[in-house]
Design a protein around this ligand. Sequence first.
Ligand code: ARG
Length: 570
Amino acid sequence: MQKFKQIVSNKALEAVKSVFPDAMISSDDLASMLEYPPDTTMGDLALPCFKLSKTLRRSPVQIAQIIAEKLADPAIKKAEAVNGYLNISISDEYLCSVLCGEILENGDKYGSADFGKGKTVVLDYSSPNVAKPFHIGHLGTTVIGHSLKKLHEFVGYDCVGINYLGDWGTQFGKMIVAYKMWGDREAINEGGIDKLVELYVKFHHAAEEDLALNDEARAEFHKLELGDEENIALWKWFIEISVAEYKKTYAQLGIEFDSYKGESFYTDKMPAQVQKLRDMGLLKIDDGASIVDLEEYNMPPCLILKRDGSTLYPTRDIAAAVYRKQTYDFDKAIYVTSAGQSLHFAQWFKVVELMQYGWHDKLVHVPYGTVSINGAKLATRTGNVILLKDLFAQAIEKVSEIMDEKNPNLENKDKVAEAVGVGAIVFYYLSSNRIRDINFVLEDALSFDGNTGPYVQYTYARTCSLIEKAQDKELNSNVIFTSDEERELVKTLARFPEKVLEALDLYEPSVVTRYILDVATAFNRFYHNCQILSATDVDVLSTRVALTKATNYVLGNAFELICLKKTEKI
Ligand code: ARG
């Protein structure tokens, strides 16, 4: 549709210039004013002429009429002036040969672009804290982060996905104390991360009774910092076990990271940054701690060193950003975290600016809202957590039950149930604007009838099965539309490239998710109202199979962008 917009704006400009030769207006100005009318019976595109009224000194009604009279192109079926709007509809010929043709020609590349070529985007996402539960609060960073990676790759960027593991800090002192007191190597090797979290929780309970345990934990962490062999070995082992477990969850989502360099990697990279801050006169001592004063920017100070000289979260982020800039020379560095960390990012981004590195404007924080399940808020401290893997497991189990009823003979049932169960969670999560707080209602997410993951995956499977069945039909390459459902479907499909750009622009995967629903709805309307495989006219049959293929491509490409698996059979 971008090309159609261009045609319309170029022709509209010609029309305007023929009457107002001196008008200060460009085709891009006009293109940016074009809208999709909410009611498609009015047209496929509309140009509201109100803004033009000032420049051209005519009423919007007159302007719309002037352009309507002169707007002519094979791509345009009709241009009508209605109350200051110019309503434009697309010609059938353009719909068939250009819009539909483009999708079929580009196939699994349709919607992609290459304006990111030669540029690198670094994305920091998921980044759980080792030995603490990987809970549903991490769902957002994980799937939003990965979608943003896919979206950037789709338009040509080289992307580096970084899992900035929380693999350093006093929690390791606690883990070491707990392990030395109660740990059992075998049990942990077998039970994995759950056993580690158990130890962590046990430590917290015990430390409530026995305050000295916290001192012990500090001492163990200090030993770790000094490189004590036994503690280093334990620490590495804890990380290994945790990462192995995370990878299972990532595999369910189809996610792989390019780097697992966690917080610990930056330990020896912080002193240089602290020194630079000091040399630039940016550090202030406040009650023994070293801070960067940000009062001038209406923010609380950014803490760089504690009173005892130890480093902090912002210190590490600054060192990591410098390292990533040197290593990847990024064009953009994206950080996806809960909105609760927005101030942290605003603060250290400002510090990077004050350090005059010259690339602070390439740092982007993408925040998201909180998640609750069936109305219950999560609380890590009280142990009331829902683990991501448990949520996935529950969804997979429910989907299996539904499938046992609906399609008991399905091949690869377990795999499909996993794709649909996990997909349901992801789709539900990514249906809302990321900044909104979300309440999960599992029933709703898993429904096969609502606006859900299962519904769209089912629609995708439907396109696959039609395509397969069409294989033994005699088809030609003619495309002729004989129903409004076909026209509406192709118009919806043709908006995909714009949706990709919009999602990128707003850092908002939900644009793609909601678009997928539009496609599924348009396709199902077409499917229910038009005979596809039973069409008798060969041109009509060929058109409808081609449209089904086009839908299959667009849905498939869009699924990839939001971590939704392409299910060929359900
Ligand atoms: N590990 C942190 C947490 O779970 C998230 C890290 C986000 N990334 C960053 N560069 N600070 O809260």
